[in-house]
Design a protein around this ligand. Sequence first.
Ligand code: CS2
Ligand code: MN
Length: 358
Amino acid sequence: MKMTFRWYGENSDAVSLKQIKQIPGMSGLMGFLDYKAAGEVWTEEEIKSYIDGVHAAGLECEVIESVNVHEDIKMGLPSRDEYIANYITTIRNLAKYGVKVIIYNFMPVFDWLRTDLARVIPEDGSNSLYFDEKDLGDMGPMEIVKNTIENSNGFSLPGWEPERLGELEKTLKAYEGMTPDKLRENYKYFLDAIIPVCEEVGVRMACHPDDPAWPIFGLPRIAHTVEQFDMICDLHDSPANALCLCTGSLGSNPDNDIPAAVRHFGEKNRIAAMHVRNIKYLGHHHFREASHLSCEGDLDLFEIMKAVYDTCPDTYIRPDHGRMIWDEVGRPGYGLYDRALGATYLNGLWEAIEKMSK
Ligand code: CS2
Ligand code: MN
């Protein structure tokens, strides 16, 4: 297991590489060039300069997160071939600089969705990301994105900045009539093109689950149950077609048994990376994010780490979203303190499991 940390880059992250390096047991990053639009090539120069900086701080960069897939690929438009060619160039460029895993998602239009980015936890005054389907009410996606822009403490739809609002309307329209089967067909077309290249250059693609783990706004979603991930694995049968098993995303639906899912895909050699965090269920389609500790949420982090140890012990792990604690001000979900506590806790579980298994 290699413990890693998500970092958004010099100009986009309040957390420094030096701070990350000082977290006990931190091997490196799940890195990210946050200014790249979906479909754009990540050039060698950009990658080299980012990764050189990470190495200079004494950290590795074997995992890159959010090389986003252009909507035209998901929609299966004729223009997809050009975007797939760009994606392949990015894979080759990343591999040249030592990247071994690329985390991405195949969610139409939206990445993760929350209805509150800073929900105060009454017990201790910290705050965390929060979702309640009832808060969406009758609002459609356009209204929610506008709401986000007007009220930064309200809804969040990553990637939909004001200047892209016009595009959002068009994209939503273009998805009308899209079915899960059709989306899967387009997914297969993408995988058939990129996975042979991944095999050639030694990169594993790691699909991140839908978050929350159910369809939203009537858009089809195909990555939020074990059965659906089995189908994704079967679309192109290769260890390079793998998963980033995010416990908090998949676990937002209590019907998903997370330790069992880790064992299932670990045994199939299809887990390339893990995001590990905890969730507190508050009702139907209603949850908040908890500290990583098992007793503060509804997931059993010991059982999850044990399943990793037993079935995919060489995987990359990172603590995922953390709460905002100790008056930290930062990117929601991505402050320093609670994620550092999370990493330390997960390292402690790992040491105990390792020693007790000998
Ligand atoms: C991340 C995702 O913050 C998060 O929830 O885990 O945004 C993840 O990076 C993407 O879905 C991967 O493309
Ligand atoms: Mn995640």
